[in-house]
Design a binder for this molecule. Sequence first.
Ligand code: SAM
Length: 465
Amino acid sequence: MPNSKAEIMETKINHLDKKGSGRAVVWRDTGQENPRKLKLMVPKTLPGEKVRVSVEHPEAKRTKGALAELLEVHPERTAAPCPHFDKCGGCAWQHWQYEGQLKQKTAHVKDALISQGFNPELVRDTIGMDKPWHYRNKMEFTFAPDGSMGLHEQGNFRNIIPLETCLIAGEEMTAAVMEVADWAKEHALSGYVKDAHEGLLRHLMVRQSFITGEIMLGLFATEGPDGSLAAAADQLKKRIEQKYPQVKSLLWLVNTDWADRTQAEETHLLSGRDFIYDEIGGYRYRLWFDTFFQTNPTQAQKLIDLALEMGQPKETEKMLELFCGVGTFSLPFASKVGKLAGIEIVESSIESAKRNAADNGISNTYFLAENARMGIDQVLEDLGTPDILLLDPPRAGAGGKVMRKIGRAQPRRVIYVSCNPESFAVDVKELEQFGYSLKEVQPVDLFPHTVHVECVAQLILKEGN
Ligand SMILES: C[S@@+](CC[C@H](N)C(=O)[O-])C[C@H]1O[C@@H](n2cnc3c(N)ncnc32)[C@H](O)[C@@H]1O
């Protein structure tokens, strides 16, 4: 229901924040001697746009405004093609022509480097996608209390928008997901209610290999598929097997935890095997439901190619890789260097990395399940000074301690793959004191229509070090 206290205000969008929403300032006349400053966050707007905004809490110092009318329009504004765009929290920028999004991502990386005193000329233009739609090979949908399924509403995480389509998910995946949604509706199965900690269905995870075509469906529920649920589960199995033969793994996963994560205490295999095969760069990978794998395989291939181009691996060289996951960068590099050691904190990913190396006939690798900060000393002792060091840390970055250990180890070339320009800039700054210079930074767009940007960067040890 619209708030009767809501005020309509006119303002101009100054800039975009980290989540891709417009930011503006309004000086409100409150009848007092001085007007009051109100900082506004206005989603789905673009820099420079003049807008009329509806503000539900005008008395606050900072709050959110809903776009009511566009008075002056950004030249790169376009009609968002997805019917869910206005509400869905999945995409921030479908209303911005793709070229504009890419320019913004390049500027974001440059700003992060400038903040640490680097030359922004080192940053190349962001590499985009030829077709920036249906690029995601993995999605997680949530069940609402009434058993309908969809994506979280922007700014109102508890609200679920029932799914009709998703323009960033692989098309075949969405069709299989809709089949599960119909099945849940026909059996009148309840969705989980977080506050009351009751209800049955929580999430549906879907992943597909765009190369092998294999699909995995993982249904997260608070009870197992037995007793009163056995018949419904059996029907789901038959339905999926008949209509979607490309689903090679259908899992019923039990999660009774209060935490709303896609984790499982019990795994029940309804159909197929408990993993699917995927491929990237000609290497084959087994993916279980909880395996981290690059979600945009087309662009991930570009990251790998860039890392190889910058790293120039040679047969006689030794390499150390930190945060190696299941080996997405390790396998292509291992086939070019003499020896490769990889460190990763998640034990199951390291088990996968070992198996993936073996499945692909690669035998010059050594993988260690350990925190990078601790594991690096151990591996350096065995390996000696690596010629190449590649790191691909999570969003928080590698951190000062790890970076200083890298600096002291003195590898000749460092390749940094990053998903967060800010933590990347802080991390690489640490290496300057050890004689490294940043050579180039190549942003790559792995998540079109969102604010995220990845980078591959090369640092080299200056002569005389
Ligand atoms: C951005 S992912 C990169 C994975 C891999 N390079 C890939 O492309 O699949 C970051 C990885 O770092 C791992 N990780 C997070 N914290 C870590 C730590 N302290 N030490 C080692 N690995 C860590 C995560 O489990 C994850 O696999």
